[in-house]
Structure formats: structure tokens, C-alpha cells
Design a protein around this ligand. Structure first.
Ligand SMILES: [Zn+2]
Length: 179
């Protein structure tokens, strides 16, 4: 930091103290040129990351909201919470790479769904159905078909190939069942 007395940019920190709420740090500095001391304050910069919805509205990205959505999608599945947290962290990491500090809700959705799909297909379908937008509708339908067959023990293609039947099975899967 530039010394306010002699303008030299050559100092050392002699003391650092956090204030009570941990939001600011006060540092005592000593100029190595003129030996005088001065104080600097450091503050956390809170600039939110914005999520752009389909209608153009912006909303602040919330890691906890995303995590809540993931937990909801993973209800009664055997996914460790740690893995859901990792998805939330990775999503936050993705946002931090975006210089404009805003990202389309679809882009976030696709990112999260890709990871969730590797983890658990039921959770993936639940999450995807909430997002209501699938990047690759064919891939999604394939997953759904396999899923419905596996979950319901159906082998007959007739039971799962019609869009209506899929829709029905999907809503059954997505709804909270109490069995
Ligand atoms: Zn100085």
C-alpha cells in the first residue's frame, strides 16, 4: 500500500485485527521508507452472481437454494449429502468463471443436470422436471424409458413408449411417494 506520508509503496503489516462480525480487517502498517505507521481496512466485496431467467428477470444466485433443490430431488435416494454439496460448489465455481457475473438459468440447469445424471437417474429426472427444460430431449427420453422400466419392473415397450405413459410415469416418480 502507498504510504500516506511519503507516497512510497513499500510497507509491512505490523498488526491485523478482524472486527467482531468478521466482515472487516484492520491492518496496522509500517512504511519501510519513512517508518511511519498507518492503518488500512480490508472489506469483503459482495457482488452477487445473477441468474437470468427465461423472461429476462434477474435473480441473485443462491447456493443454498440450489442445494435445497438438489436435496428435494434426491429425497429417499441413497445419495450422500456431500455429493450434492459438491454439485452446488461446482456450480458456484462455474459462475465464478463468468466475467459478466450473470448466467442463464438454462445453462445452470444443464450443468447441474449433467452431474446429477451421473449420480442418480431418479434424482436427475426429478430435478429436470422442475427445471422443465432439457437440452437433449432424446437423451432425456431414453433415460426416462430405462428408468421407468427399471423402477416399475416393466419390460413391455408398449407401456413406456407413448408420451402419455411416460408423462404419467414421470409424475409418479417425481411426486413424493410414501412407501
Ligand atoms: Zn512513508
Amino acid at each position: 500500500m502507498r504510504c500516506p506520508f511519503c507516497d512510497a509503496n513499500n510497507d509491512r503489516v505490523v498488526d491485523s485485527r478482524e472486527n467482531k462480525d468478521g466482515a472487516t480487517i484492520r491492518r496496522r502498517r509500517e512504511c519501510l521508507d519513512c517508518s511511519r505507521r498507518f492503518t488500512s481496512y480490508e472489506q469483503i466485496e459482495h457482488v452477487p452472481f445473477m441468474v437470468v431467467k427465461q423472461d429476462g428477470r434477474r435473480e441473485e444466485f443462491s447456493r443454498s437454494k440450489l442445494l435445497a433443490g438438489l436435496i428435494r430431488a434426491a429425497q429417499k435416494r441413497s445419495i450422500p449429502i456431500k455429493q450434492l454439496e459438491e454439485i452446488a460448489d461446482a456450480t458456484e465455481g462455474l459462475l465464478q468463471q463468468v466475467e459478466e457475473r450473470e448466467i442463464d438459468t438454462q445453462e445452470i440447469g444443464a450443468f447441474v443436470m449433467n452431474r446429477l445424471r451421473e449420480l442418480d437417474q431418479v434424482a436427475y429426472v426429478r430435478f429436470a422436471s422442475v427445471y422443465r427444460r432439457f437440452d437433449d430431449i432424446d437423451a432425456f427420453m431414453d433415460v426416462l424409458k430405462n428408468l421407468v422400466q427399471a423402477e416399475r419392473g416393466r419390460v413391455s415397450p408398449l407401456a413406456t413408449t407413448s408420451a402419455e405413459a411416460l408423462q404419467r410415469s414421470l409424475s409418479e416418480l417425481v411426486e413424493d411417494d410414501d412407501d
